[in-house]
Write a protein that binds this ligand. Structure first.
Ligand code: DGY
Length: 345
């Protein structure tokens, strides 16, 4: 046997062993091409977006060992079709699209992408706060429509952001990144409401001493801006409703960058219509995409965004890379560092 044939023969068992280890992966939301290639180098890949080709998705599920994607609900019913499933790798930090109890019951790993999107989501939410209070979208539309105002009467003025009081509902990594922008950049007073006071000395030392842990009614009564950054759980669903908005300072502004269903949208609309709230800036909605029939879409004092919290080129790529790393690790039998604890329902 010549040298090349010997080398080929030596490699052959390794190649076939590798082939035997190949698993089936469904990519259910677009990923960058190079990340798909990384998965393809180790596994069989099926690209199928259930929003476009639901039947194909259903057909692929029984063979799938791994799923990677985002923004599509994986219900217990769908998961039941995927009897070989080992891992769901979500290119998102939020995990409310997945049936956590079912994943836990079947010991299917759920990985997500915390950490890589904190600053970008904080930029979006703080930008939305400024845009809403200074009425950027409304003013920009006047210019576009050729209606540059002759005079700026009170009816066209916004309100200041700097130096005022921000109340954070939810104070995880993203909430703290928003608070940092408010306290250090805009000299705002920061109140936050969580079950227990957060120890910032290690995680966000630059914010320590610049925030105050407050009970909910005190935060709502004192804050000029209330920002919701809650993940969606049974405990937070509909948490911001009539009592919540009724307890807010008259004329305050509400911003939501967490999950839409943590807000009772009818209660928010009533608080806007009654004049209790000055305005709202919303990046998230109970139903997405926001239906054409929703009054929030066209309300004069609502600034709606199409859930773009993490939507920058850099951050969406970082999320895709982390989700791909997680998938590949999990399929090779290694537990990724950013697995979600599905027991924590
Ligand atoms: C997430 O990752 O859950 C965010 O909502 C994306 O913007």
């Amino acid at each position: 046997m010549d040298k090349c044939s010997q080398a080929r023969a030596a490699r052959a068992p390794v190649l076939s062993a590798t082939r035997n280890l190949m698993k089936n992966v469904i990519v259910f939301k677009a990923l960058p091409a190079d990340q798909i290639e990384r998965i393809r180098a180790e596994h069989h890949v099926v690209l199928v977006d259930p929003k476009i080709a639901l039947e194909d998705f259903h057909r692929a599920l029984p063979e799938a060992h791994g799923l990677i994607g985002a923004s599509y609900p994986l219900t217990a019913e769908l998961l039941a079709k995927a009897s070989r499933l080992e891992v769901v790798s979500s290119a998102s930090v939020g995990v409310d699209n997945y049936d956590l109890a079912e994943l836990h019951r079947r010991s299917i790993l759920l990985c997500h992408t915390p950490g890589v999107l904190d600053e970008t989501v904080a930029d979006t939410v703080f930008g939305l706060l400024v845009a809403t209070s200074r009425r950027f979208v409304e003013m920009s539309n006047l210019v576009r429509e050729g209606k540059w105002p002759q005079e700026f009467g009170d009816d066209l003025l916004g309100v200041d952001v700097h130096g005022r009081t921000l109340g954070m509902i939810g104070f995880g990594r993203i909430g703290q990144a928003i608070a940092r922008r408010a306290a250090l950049g805009f000299r705002m007073n920061v109140l936050y409401h969580t079950r227990h006071a957060v120890d910032l000395d290690n995680d966000a030392p630059e914010l320590a001493g610049k925030e105050t842990h407050a009970v909910l009614h005190e935060l709502l009564a004192k804050s000029d801006f209330v920002v919701g950054m809650l993940s969606l759980t049974d405990a937070t669903r509909g948490m911001m409703g009539t009592d919540f908005f009724g307890a807010m300072k008259p004329g305050a502004i509400f911003i939501n960058g967490g999950r839409g269903a943590t807000v009772c949208e009818d209660a928010l609309l009533s608080a806007l219509s009654s004049g209790r709230l000055r305005a709202a800036g919303l990046d998230v909605f109970a139903k997405e995409p926001l239906g054409l029939e929703s009054p929030l879409r066209t309300h004069a004092r609502v600034t709606p965004l199409p859930h773009i919290g993490s939507a920058t080129i850099e951050t969406r790529r970082a999320m895709a890379v982390l989700a791909t790393n997680n998938l590949l690790q999990a399929l090779s039998g290694v537990r990724p560092a950013t697995c979600y604890d599905t027991a924590n329902v």
